[in-house]
Design a protein around this ligand. Structure first.
Ligand SMILES: [Zn+2]
Length: 132
């Protein structure tokens, strides 16, 4: 895979792989630089583009974090939509987005199972079986 043709702030060639069919990586793509700038000025200093080489997953992104309490499926949809936007505008590391996607899938599965269990319990109660 070809390397990105951009020069970084310290004057060295960017080490990231260029996007398929393009000369630049995601962060240096001239088409996307404007979107990243717009996202940065819109959100202020809490938004940052993370250099994947410096990213420490266990320390988090240092950005604003919203913790979902008892999330509903709609919360998960909103979270995923936000995450997709943030990846596309370079605000978060795609690996963070991967983790969010994976965990969101787990939450959805858990919500599904909980809902099924509740429905089953009320059905069982209605027909008078399995009373505890
Ligand atoms: Zn680059």
């Amino acid at each position: 895979m070809a390397k990105c043709k951009a020069i970084t702030k310290d004057g060295k060639p960017c080490q990231a792989n260029a996007q398929t069919g393009k000369d630049y990586c995601f962060l240096h793509d001239p088409e996307k630089v404007e979107a990243v700038k717009a996202a940065r000025s819109k959100g202020g200093s809490s938004l940052k583009v993370i250099d994947p080489k410096r990213f420490k997953p266990w320390r988090g992104t240092g950005g604003d974090v919203t913790v979902l309490q008892s999330p509903t499926p709609q919360d998960i949809v909103n979270l995923l939509a936000d995450t997709i936007d943030e990846v596309k505008t370079g605000q978060i590391d795609p690996r963070v987005a991967n983790a969010v996607g994976y965990l969101a899938g787990s939450i959805m599965k858990a919500i599904e199972l909980t809902t099924l269990e509740e429905r089953l319990a009320s059905l069982e109660e209605a027909i008078g079986v399995n009373k505890r």
